[in-house]
Write a protein of this length. Sequence first.
Length: 174
Amino acid sequence: MKLIDRQYLATPFYGARKMAAWLQSRGQRVNRKRVQRLMRLMGLRAVYRRPRTTIPAPTHRRFPYLLRGLSISAPNQVWATDITFIPMARGFLYLVAVMDWYSRYVLAWRLSNTLDVGFCIDALSEALGTGRPEIFNSDQGSQFTSDEFTGMLERHGISISMDGKGSYNDNLFI
């Protein structure tokens, strides 16, 4: 389990099959079913491209990706945000989080039962109360490309970076 945990941090896209092959190459006597059971027990799931949930608004402005080749070496250099869903008994709740890329510290988060921009702006406002990044990275979802959201970042003098189409890996940690 220790080896699985260590390798999962390095390659979170490994599923049970790939993880079993990696362990076998390290001399461990395991099969896919055992690795699958251990990963389930540890709460680990492979991170891979799932059905498209980020839908850009065609009229919103998009920004270039500024992090290519950038070495992130200090807190408040780059912040990132993303939205995920939490399945509930009847429907979903949406969770937005703002995180510092260097320290992996969650600066602010909010829950909402709708995907409007309001709860994203609330989380951003709270995070900006703790400091200010040089660059703010997000995907191209309509919440993050809205005039209210990008306007708040521009008023604070923060450079805006947006992941390109199909770049699901870029905000993996958030």
